[in-house]
Ligand binder design. Structure first.
Ligand SMILES: Nc1ncnc2c1ncn2[C@@H]1O[C@H](COP(=O)(O)OP(=O)(O)OP(=O)(O)O)[C@@H](O)[C@H]1O
Length: 237
């Protein structure tokens, strides 16, 4: 892999959570331990691993939401990035439109650029007049739709997808999946995270596997999925 076709490089990324369990008690938990890998420009790169292995923590570091407490993330020509999740970070008192603008600004867009995307977000979300109403009046499905529509409408240099996307009703889900696959099939750099080796194998060329915060396999997606299956089999013994 030449340095010129690299989109990003994770070098020895570690993340430790510090949690308070009582007035004078706290504990540390290392969710990611020295994780390193490279992602090429335009590829769909997979991250697989069992529940609690550190997938979401890694996604948050890649999205710039969390700062790794050791290691570095080197990006090449990545000014904007989207984390496609269920929109849990919304301000419930603000309207869907205002939340969409804030979320696009967090992706790296200017206020003016975010405003220009707004009609397309409104249209994709199918929220109608609710788009101008406070998010606290939304059902959970409506929140998810707002989050997904905001993420999928913008054209960013890096698209991060969390498998746990269940966006709305059947019709909306089909539309969301189609839009996601169109982006994956384009020359977009995508990182796709899932606990399902089969799902990662379906859409990714290369992948890594995490186990208890450590990288245990990297390379061609078939080989990594096999390694992941072996880990799962061992746990079932
Ligand atoms: N804020 C936090 N404080 C303490 N521990 C945390 C925190 N967030 C996550 N963890 C722990 O870090 C580990 C990794 O969590 P993470 O959410 O990254 O895993 P995951 O692979 O995405 O899991 P899942 O597939 O269940 O979503 C887990 O053991 C989890 O309990």
């Amino acid at each position: 892999m030449t340095e010129t076709n690299l989109a990003l490089q994770a070098n020895n990324i570690s993340v430790t959570y510090h949690s308070r369990t009582g007035l004078f008690k706290s504990f540390k938990f290392q969710a990611l331990n020295n994780v390193s890998f490279k992602v090429k420009r335009g590829e769909t790169f997979g991250v697989m691993g069992r529940n609690g292995c550190g997938k979401s923590s890694l996604l948050r570091v890649l999205a710039g939401v969390y700062q790794a407490d050791a290691g570095e993330l080197v990006t090449h020509d990545i000014a904007t990035r989207t984390l496609l999740t269920l929109g849990l970070g919304f301000d419930a008192t603000l309207s869907g439109a205002d939340n969409a603008i804030l979320s696009m600004m967090l992706q790296g867009f200017s206020r003016e650029e975010a405003k220009a995307y707004l009609p397309a977000v409104r249209n994709f979300s199918e929220l109608g007049d609710f788009f101008e109403r406070p998010v606290k009046t939304y059902s959970s499905g409506m929140r998810s739709r707002l989050g997904f529509s905001t993420g999928i409408t913008t054209q960013t240099d890096l698209l991060l997808i969390d498998e746990t996307l269940a966006v709305g009703d059947k019709t909306f889900n089909a539309k969301a999946e189609k839009a996601m696959m169109e982006r994956i099939d384009s020359d977009q750099t995508v990182i796709f995270v899932s606990h399902s080796g089969a799902q990662v194998q379906k859409i990714c060329q290369r992948a890594i596997c995490l186990e208890r915060g450590k990288l245990v396999a990297e390379g061609d997606v078939k080989d990594v999925a096999q390694e992941y299956a072996n880990i799962n089999d061992k746990k079932l013994d």
